[in-house]
Design a protein. Structure first.
Length: 122
């Protein structure tokens, strides 16, 4: 996925704050309000070089892929919400499977078992 394709996908999905005259970076800043912790205003800027990765994660996993990217970027902290912890853990497990077997044809028939929520933190 190119930067342009990723930006178009993420803009269509409305995951960014959007352009702002005072803060131009908001056009590539993820709106993470209440995503990891209750009653917290939050955001994460997506640099140009990270757009393809964020776009691919979103295309594959939806919002859960974005949560996973931010979680990785911020040093793998523990979110307050247990469901968010499970979402991130799911994507982390699936990314491990992809790393282990890059071929989607072979991966389609690869048997993998894991239990979500089995770890104290994702």
């Amino acid at each position: 996925m190119t930067k342009g394709q990723a930006l178009a996908l993420l803009n269509t999905a409305d995951v960014f704050f959007g352009p702002d005259d005072e803060i131009p970076q908001f056009d590539q800043t993820l709106n993470l309000n209440d995503a990891f912790f209750w009653a917290v205003s939050d955001s994460e800027y997506v640099p140009d070089e990270e757009l393809p990765r964020v776009g691919e994660l979103f295309f594959t996993y939806g919002w859960h892929g974005i949560l996973y990217w931010v979680w990785n970027r911020r040093g793998r902290f523990t979110p307050e919400f247990l469901d968010v912890q499970r979402f991130i853990e799911f994507v982390a497990h699936e990314q491990d499977v992809i790393d282990e077997e890059p071929s989607s044809s072979r991966r389609a028939y690869k048997r993998v078992t894991y239990t979500l929520g089995s770890e104290a933190t994702p």
